[in-house]
Structure formats: C-alpha cells, structure tokens
Design a protein around this ligand. Sequence first.
Ligand code: PHB
Length: 395
Amino acid sequence: MPGTLSRTTVGIVGAGPAGLMTSHLLARAGIDSVVVDHRTRAEIAGTQRAGILEAGSARLLTDTGVSDRVRREGRPHAGITLRFGGESHRVDFHALVGENVWLYPQTDVFADLAAARERDGGDVRYGVTGTRVTDLATDRPGILFTDAEGVAREVRCAVLVGADGSRGVCRAAVPEAARTHFSRTYPFAWFGVLVQAPPSADELVYTHSARGFALVSRRTESVQRLYFQCDPDEDPAAWGDDRIWAELQARVRGADGFALAEGPVLDRSVLRFRSFVCEPPRHGNMLLAGDAAHTVPPTGAKGLNLALSDARLLAETVERALATRDFGHLDAYGPRALRRAWRAQHFSYRMTTLLHRLPDASPFDERRQLAELSVLVGSEAASAHLAEGYTGLLR
Ligand code: PHB
C-alpha cells in the first residue's frame, strides 16, 4: 500500500557519515533532502568503528561548519610507528610530506554530523522499518518506509543516494546485470578490544609479528583501542581478559622492552572484513556512496575517509546537475569516486598484506614481508609514499 506521499530534491538512505555529510553539504547549497535509517540515533552513535581522519577529512568537517570539535578534542598525529622484528620504527608524516592525520573516532564524527543536521533543521528519520527503493531508473525515484511512529511513507525525489552500508537495500535494488562486483576476502579478521588503561604509546603502533598483526590505537586518556589478527571464526566469548592481554603482549614484545599498559577489557568483538568495489556506483538517478559502493579492510583506516570524500563529490555533482538542469552531469560522479576508491583499495590492500600473517605463510613469506618493511622505513622515498597514502594525499 502506498504511504503518505512527500517530495524532496534528494532522498538519502543511510544516516551514517556518508549520508549525513551529503545531506549537510547539500543544505549548504540550498538543496533539500530527507535522510532515513533503520537504526536509531543511539544505535548508530554506539557502533565502534575506526578512528583516523585524513587532514582533508578534518578540514571538511571544520570548513563546512559541521563542527570544530575535531580541532579541540581530536589529537593530531604526525606519524605512526611500524613495529617489526621486535623493534619500533617511526614514520614521520609531517617531516616527509608536511601533513598529519587526526585521531578522532567515527562515533564522534557521527555525533557531530547528527548534531549539525539537527541544529540546521535537517530532516533525518531514524528508526524506520521496511525501507525499499523504487523507480531508480526514472526521474522520480522513491523511498518507501514505515516511520518510527508506524506511519507508512513514500518520499519521491529527483536524485536518490544509497548510503546504507555494505548490506543495505540500495545496491541490492540494482539489477545484477547492471553492476559488477570486485572483491577479495582475507583468511583472517581483527579481534578488537576497548580497554580501561592508560595509553601505551603517543601514536598508533602497527605491529608485524610471527604470531600475526596487532594495532595499538586509543580513544581517550583512559580508554584504549587495540586489535589483533585472529581467525574469522574466532569466538569473542572464548577470550577472557588474561588471554587477550597475553596475546597482545606476545605480539608487541621485543628486545627494547616495549609493553602495553593493561587494564579491564570493556568490550570485545571480532571484525571480519574484505575489499569490495561495485561498478558503476550508480544506477539511473541513484548514486551509491560509502560502504554501499565499496568497503576496505580497516588496516589503513580509509573507510570513513572514503565515505566523506564520496559525500563531497556527490554533493558537488548533484549541485551542478540541479544548477544547470542537466542530469548528464551525474555521469561525472562514478569515474571520480572510483578513482579515489581504487587508490584507497590499493593502499588498504598493501597495508593489510604487508602486516598480516597468512595462515599458510612459509618462512620465505615472512622474510619477504620483513624485507619490505625494512625498505619502507629505510628508504625516504618509500616512507614518503606510505605517508602520502596514509595522510590522503593520493586522492
Ligand atoms: C582505530 O582507532 O579504531 C583504528 C585506527 C587505525 C586503523 C584502524 C582502526 O588503521
């Protein structure tokens, strides 16, 4: 049964960073939008995701008036540590390429975007059910859903944005013959923990070890975010605090005596990941953004940055199409978004394969990885290339 009908210029499915940033940027250009999400605002706010913003992403938040909280509460990181063979090697982004990144978790980016949309009178409907998209290849695509009060709704728009993540309804609504998927799975996952403990390092520590990858990140002065490579089928419940700490310490241990400050584990989960791209990220008047269009392994922390960069490209493209009344301009979105997405794929794949241990790795494979790591930190050109990729200069 059709629901209560309304119109907007841009209908957006998904109130994560890609959807909310698109809505925010469109509003600044005087273009109205409606955003729907099946999750409640509290559910999205409580989802743990990665924590690094490229300098350009931080600028996008501050310069477009979302919030300047990233500058006040985020931490600028001028480099990272690569740890292998039991020794730490710093890669100084600032000295190499004049850029830094910001430690500012996705939960904060979401909170800022949601508050900015609320402040500016944006129309965001959280907690809707039964979302469907329809008439994508026409000039009046629509979103059908039941709102949080139980009222059936139909929103018709000129352009529809699918920003509803890797398992959302938007990409799935594109006929299979009209999309090509490129993907790669990995035979490992990340065991992620939040711990109540003081920081163990000033910057992120990406560790290669014979037992597999580990990453030391942080959230606040008293809460740290740590990860270690695990089997995709690992059961988080099988890991008590002692076992988690023993594994983490074994991976970072070295002759230099580096050790992690320990404390109670507040949260534990297994994060599976893959590399994925959908081409084209468009069907008719529906454009896909963020994880709906592509996902990257978390090793390079590119997912959130890609989502924000899609939003910027998408808002620019839609603005031009509407200003000129020429929807041919929508053609520009796919190639631009894909160029950026594939560069991030390459970077994330490289970081992932450089640092993780394959379950069937031979001694040759391990020695080769260690040689690559030593070239990376030993050659200024190689370090600068890593710094460009990590800080987002290779857009
Ligand atoms: C995080 O802090 O959650 C984080 C940081 C860097 C990564 C991945 C995750 O590469």
